[in-house]
Every structure is written in C-alpha cells, then in structure tokens.
Design a protein around this ligand. Structure first.
Ligand code: ZN
Length: 267
C-alpha cells in the first residue's frame, strides 16, 4: 500500500473505504440469471413489418434461447405470425401492438404445432383473437396443453388485409410434418419459421419431429418459389438474405451437425 493511498484512506475514513469496496463488488457481480425475467423484443425489418422475439431458458444453458415471429401492420389491424414463446411474453406482444401501432391484433397464424409457435395461445383465446392454422397443425396441437387454433388454412392460402397480402405456403415436411412459411410480397419478406435455420445456427436444433430426408426438398421448394425474397426470417436466431436457404441446406448435409441436434427439448 503506498503512502499516498494510506493518506487518502485516512482522509476518506475507513467506513467510506468499505462502502466504496462493496459498491465496486456489487457492480462487478453478474446478476443471478433466475432472477431476470424474460421480455419480448420487437424490431422493425421492413415497412410495416416487425420481428417479435421471445425467449426461453433451458436447464444448463445460461443464455436464453430466442424465438422469432412476425407482426404486420395493415389498414385493418395487425396480422401476427406465431405467438411468443409463453403467455407473459404474448401479453407483452398484445400491449406492444396496442401502444406502438395503436391497433388491435386482427389475426394470428400458427406455422407449426410446437410450443415456441403457439405457447401464448391461451392469452390470445382469452382476448377473443382469431388464431388460424392448417388441419394437421390443429391435430398435433390437440396433443399439447396450449389449446387448439382454428384449422382454417389450406396448404396454400392468401390473407388480404387492406393492401397487405400475407401468403401462407406448405412446402412439405422438414423441421416438423406441418411446417408452413409466410410470404409478404409487397415487402419481399419471407418468414421461414423453423424450416429455415438462423444465420448464426451451427446445428439443426430439435429434430424430434423432423423429416431429415424431405427437409432439403422443402427448403429448395421455398427457395425456388420465392426467388425475390430480400429478407428471410428464421424461427430462431439471426435473419438475413436468400443465402439463408443455402446455410440451412449446408447444415442438413453436414454430418457434424447431427450429433448436436439430439438435444431434446431445444426448439
Ligand atoms: Zn418446432
């Protein structure tokens, strides 16, 4: 300890010294992960188009896993693709639409029957919001504890709201037997859902319900149907341009990604 430091200590007084130490210690300590609550994040990606990202924690993984869906502002209310991962974050989604877009959610479309797509369904049903999916998604949802959306969507369906068009397309089985994609032709935004892996993904994620043989076929069907896609939004992780199709195909063809994908419970 230098003389100068001892002199400063005397000036400050010992009590103040300990106070400064404890403040420094508490500032440096990481917050307890279990005490942090998870909140929805919304980012604008194109005119009238927003990505909603919700989070879920898995045991043994300190970093929460993100999950993406879309919010589309239209003349007649907001269209939403997929709920947030849980009811609380889905309630935050409804509040965001009300507070920021000053609209109500007119319709929610579910792109496949897994918790990250429809875990917030009870909140939507309690608010009398219409929630649509395909008949196979409704059938699978009936085996889960979140409720069943209305099976009003065909393998190819266009929803019109004012000038906005939202095209829903079933390309065949991939991540799940029922995975749909959603296309916004005016904004050239494609929501690939869990059929398309995030730009930051290094593995296929949960493949419990996947059809690994048909998955590449489905990705190629989407890529050739929407060659004008300027933004491709995956079910999880970072979005990007049309190179997302190639990235997904590379992960599907990479043998090294398969052992990691056996982690059950991951999205
Ligand atoms: Zn899924």
């Amino acid at each position: 300890m230098s003389l100068r430091f001892l002199y400063s200590l005397r000036r400050l007084g010992l009590a103040s010294f300990f106070l400064v130490c404890s403040v420094l210690l508490s500032a440096g300590a990481p917050p307890h992960p279990k005490l942090e609550s998870l909140h929805l994040r919304v980012q604008r990606i194109a005119p009238d188009v927003y990505v909603h990202t919700s989070y879920r924690r898995y045991p043994g993984n300190p970093v929460p896993v993100p999950s993406n869906g879309l919010i589309v502002k239209t003349k007649t209310g907001a269209l939403v693709v997929d709920t947030a991962w849980d009811p609380d974050q889905t309630m935050e989604l409804l509040r965001w639409v009300a507070d920021t877009l000053h609209q109500r959610v007119r319709l929610v479309v579910i792109t496949h029957a897994h918790e990250d797509r429809l875990g917030g369904l009870p909140v939507l049903q309690a608010n009398n919001i219409k929630v649509y999916c395909t008949p196979p998604t409704a059938e699978h949802a009936a085996t889960l504890p979140f409720g069943v959306p209305t099976p009003a969507i065909k393998p190819y369906t266009v929803i019109r709201a004012g000038r906005t068009r939202l095209e829903l397309f079933y390309p065949g089985p991939g991540h799940s037997p029922d995975n749909m994609v959603a296309w916004l032709p005016n904004q050239q935004v494609l929501f690939g859902g869990c059929l398309i892996k995030g730009a930051d993904a290094t593995a296929l994620g949960n493949i419990d319900d996947a059809n690994l043989k048909q998955w590449p076929v489905a990705v190629r069907a989407v890529a050739s149907r929407y060659p004008k896609a300027s933004l491709v939004v995956p079910g999880h992780g970072e979005w990007g341009d049309a190179s997302m199709f190639k990235h997904t195909l590379e992960l599907l063809h990479s043998p090294s990604s398969k052992p990691q994908t056996a982690l059950s419970g991951q999205p």
